[in-house]
Design a protein around this ligand. Structure first.
Ligand SMILES: [Zn+2]
Length: 192
């Protein structure tokens, strides 16, 4: 019974974590932000002009023209979230500035090799787990590219899924089979 409860909890957390989907939309005082955008594919993202760079790690960024907000603030926030995640997960945020060997033995390129496409809100995407999912973010390992929504349905704060997607870049399996090793460092921002 307990086992079943735990696995249900895990599944529920996974759904929330990856898709930031509308299960929670409007409940718990969390505003349902925006709509669900149509599908954004890896190819759509690769076609962007990544002409922005975060000041710290030099992450290559493209911000879709309909995203609200100050560009400098957004770039700083992406750096900040990345530093927080790396510090929490590996005890050293500077591993993002160089090639870094994760515990599995795989070598991860510096964050300056990562491309991030910022979109305004939750969008449709195809993940290894579900077609036509509602996504707040997705990581494509082959192109070292993240699509991230600035705001997500059922989530608080900006870029709530960015640490989650970085988790994928730094060793979290796309099917989330090892999410427990990352869970404490990929939490979305708290609702205030
Ligand atoms: Zn995920």
């Amino acid at each position: 019974m307990i086992k079943r409860l735990i696995s249900l909890l895990v599944i529920y957390t996974l759904l929330l974590a990856c898709n930031g989907n509308d299960i929670l939309g409007g409940s718990n005082g969390v505003p349902a932000v925006g709509n669900v955008d149509s599908e954004i594919t890896e190819q759509d993202a690769e076609g962007q002009d990544f002409n922005l760079k975060t000041p710290g790690f030099g992450i290559q960024v493209a911000i879709r023209s309909d995203v609200d907000g100050n560009t400098g603030d957004m770039l700083n926030l992406l750096d900040e979230r990345a530093a927080d995640f790396l510090q929490c997960q590996f005890g050293n945020s500077q591993v993002g500035s160089q090639e870094f060997q994760i515990p599995s033995g795989e070598t991860i390129p510096p964050l300056s090799a990562l491309r991030v496409f910022v979109v305004p809100f939750t969008f449709k995407c195809n993940t290894v787990e579900a077609a036509n999912a509602d996504c707040g973010g997705i990581f494509f390992p082959d192109s070292d590219l993240i699509i991230i929504s600035k705001e997500s349905l059922g989530r608080c704060g900006e870029f709530p899924l960015f640490k989650h997607e970085l988790g994928h870049r730094y060793g979290m399996a796309l099917d989330h089979s090892n999410i427990s090793e990352f869970q404490s460092c990929i939490q979305p921002p708290d609702c205030i």
